[in-house]
Design a protein around this ligand. Structure first.
Ligand SMILES: [Mg+2]
Length: 364
């Protein structure tokens, strides 16, 4: 069988969705999230992908990237990925360019799977049929009762065996917030995320207190750019507490350097930043080579199928903002049951379709 379907169009649009409450972490606060949606067409089929980024991506995708890959065979998303990497060389291939490539690549993989009429997980080949999720939110802007209610709901309603809260805005208050969270979640594991908000020694001091309180995971205790600092913190904390980072990785070399530095116990990667499905599978291979577990960062509907195809996947971050947006705007968005999400194998590609009418009020 000869397969050939030239990509005829790539189109991007953006939608900005207000948060349901003010949100903040150790180094940032925000009141909205922008979804950049990409549609890729070939042979009368349309693949969709997306990233959470900024409307500034639209001209880059609609002009440069679309122009570079129009006419390429939709059955070879890897070749289109390589062409896009080349097209952004002089712009800087990290940051916004990487998120743009990620969204287009995700759309091309959805398109290929739809052309073959198979779920993406089946196209990639599965190591597992479901992915454990941990509830994630617990913003530093929340009153303690909101923090407690949100974390407890992930455990009681969704069956999550772990939940994560933000720390670092007011370090003096963090032990008290951690105590409130532990009280709310029973036997579930508690993770904390400082988003790079601490210095090295401060991170160790805080981490020792959190470890005494039973916290199992310390994410970005220092800036993820400080690989020696992550290693320092990891080496000085009890073995009961894992150090994680990687959500700002855009290309495979970044993850290789993080692993090579011994900076993390678990590597995080975000398919909507690290080069889409193609880039994510490269990171998954690095984790297999280094015998380090991988954890999917946010965007659950986009990670679900690729995560099933990653050899050493630990879990996926069931992030409040993205779960809410995906359930608002995509038919077929995953739903957590008994602490896991699973692909719907009756639907091709990512298994999601965009709810145009529901999205219209948020169009930029
Ligand atoms: Mg994080």
């Amino acid at each position: 069988m000869v397969l050939d379907a030239p990509v005829v169009s790539i189109k991007a649009r953006s939608f900005t969705i207000p948060t349901d409450r003010p949100e903040a972490d150790g180094t940032l606060s925000w009141s909205s999230t922008t979804l950049v949606l990409v549609e890729a067409e070939a042979a009368d089929r349309t693949g969709i992908g997306y990233t959470y980024a900024d409307a500034a991506l639209l001209p880059l995708i609609n002009n440069k990237l679309a122009g570079a890959i129009r006419g390429q065979d939709a059955f070879d998303p890897q070749r289109a990925w390589r062409i896009m990497q080349g097209a952004v060389r002089n712009l800087g291939a990290d940051g916004l360019a990487a998120t743009a490539i990620s969204a287009v690549d995700a759309a091309l993989w959805d398109l290929k799977a739809k052309l073959l009429d198979v779920p993406l997980a089946t196209l990639l080949g599965r190591f597992r049929s479901a992915i454990p999720v941990y509830g994630s939110g617990g913003f530093t802007s929340y009153p303690d009762e909101v923090l407690r209610d949100q974390l407890a709901a992930w455990v009681e309603r969704d069956g999550c065996r772990a939940v994560k809260m933000k720390i670092g805005s007011e370090p003096d208050r963090d032990p008290e917030r951690v105590r409130a969270a532990k009280d709310a979640i029973g036997g579930a594991a508690l993770f904390v995320d400082a988003n790079g908000g601490f210095g090295r020694k401060q991170a160790v001091t805080m981490g020792e207190r959190f470890a005494d309180q039973g916290v199992a995971w310390f994410e970005e205790p220092v800036s993820s750019d400080d690989l020696d600092g992550l290693r320092f913190v990891r080496d000085h904390l009890p073995a009961s507490m894992e150090v994680a980072a990687g959500e700002y990785g855009y290309r495979a070399g970044y993850f290789a350097r993080m692993l090579g530095a011994g900076a993390v116990d678990v590597l995080q990667a975000d398919i909507s930043r690290c080069g889409g499905v193609t880039g994510f599978m490269l990171v998954a291979a690095l984790c297999e080579a280094e015998q380090i577990d991988l954890s999917c960062h946010c965007a659950p509907a986009l990670h679900l199928h690729a995560g099933c195809a990653a050899p050493r996947l630990r879990h996926l971050e069931w992030f409040h903002d993205h779960v809410r947006i995906e359930q608002m705007l995509f038919d077929g968005a995953p739903v957590a049951r008994n602490g896991v999400i699973a692909p719907d194998l009756s639907r091709p590609g990512h298994g999601i379709s965009f709810k145009e009418a529901d999205a219209r009020p948020f169009a930029d």
